[in-house]
Design a protein around this ligand. Structure first.
Ligand code: GRG
Length: 315
């Protein structure tokens, strides 16, 4: 039987509009490949007596991520005709920073995980201190990439990118979200609290990824707002799907430990709405995300299709 919260979420659920998935898998694979090549060129080659930390940075980055944030940067940049090299550099910065967050999140003092992206976590493969330093190295590298002139000839644009990433990743963004997550009570944590937590912890970085295109193109605030709104809906749909996988999936399919939220008694939209309600909510958010791009033509079709492909991951 549906809970009332699930019934509420289910109200959002209408049948799915026609979604053009053609070309999406190929585009995702192509973006991931280009990203790996760029990251390989940018990441320092292990050398000297500090080689170990650079080996750990490379281990974490090349452990097989889906490169979703880079795909969002590249796709949003393509909408505005941003030169590919610039978009790839912005994408590399965000992927380096995202990987740092995963390395630190997996540490024994945080989520204490042994498995990430289907492989031993960085502190298991190396050691705890090296994993902390590797995360620090990736975080700082992200900003080094953004402020180099190869990212954009305009210093103002480079500053906006660096400030945007700092805001998304800092204590009013991802770090703040992680803090709330660690302090979150197992009771009296409602849907609104969960949405706020997720918007900071994972959503802020998605917002930055989607806004990188219009910022690189100097396309103006209206374009940035459209991409930000798309990212908000996409980010929450992504998180709900991740929670569904955590709640229902296998560690092998997820490439990481599952069932942790439930074991720790953490509230998620799945525990609040139930699996069916959460799925309906994710579907509604995917539809809304696609609608946010109504002002663009067929060049935005990959971005329109992505949230639907994403929410099908848990089935
Ligand atoms: C430690 C400062 C600090 C922050 C950690 C983002 C985050 C904050 C922790 C990650 C923990 C987690 C599992 C969050 C759920 C959603 C999420 C970000 C999943 C990983 O992103 P994917 O699926 O991963 O894009 P890949 O490996 O494909 O890059």
């Amino acid at each position: 039987m549906k809970t009332s919260a699930a019934a509420e979420a289910g109200k959002d659920s209408e049948s799915r509009p026609p979604v053009d998935f053609s070309g999406l898998e190929a585009a995702l694979a192509e973006a991931a490949q280009a990203m790996d090549k760029t990251l390989d060129a940018i990441l320092p080659r292990p050398r000297g007596s500090h080689a170990r930390v650079q080996e750990a940075m490379r281990y974490a980055v090349f452990a097989g991520g889906k490169r979703l944030r880079p795909f969002l940067v590249l796709s949003s940049a393509r909408l505005f005709g941003v030169p590919r090299e610039r978009a790839l550099r912005a994408a590399a910065a965000i992927e380096a920073l995202h990987t740092y967050s995963l390395v630190h999140d997996d540490l024994p003092c945080m989520d204490d995980d042994d498995l990430r992206r289907g492989k031993p976590t960085t502190h298991v493969k190396f050691d705890e201190a090296t994993a902390v330093l590797a995360g620090d190295g990736l975080l700082t590298l992200a900003f080094e990439i953004l402020v180099q002139p190869a990212t954009h000839p305009s210093a103002e644009v480079r500053c906006r990118l660096a400030a945007g990433l700092a805001a998304a990743a800092g204590s009013e963004g991802m770090v703040g979200g992680q803090m709330i997550d660690m302090l979150a009570p197992s009771e009296s944590f409602g849907a609104e609290d969960v949405v706020n937590l997720q918007r900071l912890k994972t959503g802020a970085l998605f917002e930055f990824a989607c806004q990188a295109g219009p910022v690189l193109a100097e396309a103006g605030r209206k374009a940035e707002a459209a991409l930000r709104d798309y990212a908000r809906d996409y980010g929450l749909a992504f998180q709900i799907t991740d929670d569904l996988i955590d709640s229902l999936g296998s560690a092998q399919a997820a490439g990481k430990s599952v069932g942790k939220d439930r074991d720790q008694g953490k509230a998620t939209l799945v525990s609040i709405l139930g699996a069916e309600g959460a799925r309906a909510k994710a579907e509604a958010l995917a539809r809304q995300a696609a609608e946010r791009l109504a002002g663009f033509g067929p060049e935005a079709d990959l971005l329109r299709a992505l949230p639907f492909r994403l929410i099908d991951r848990d089935r």
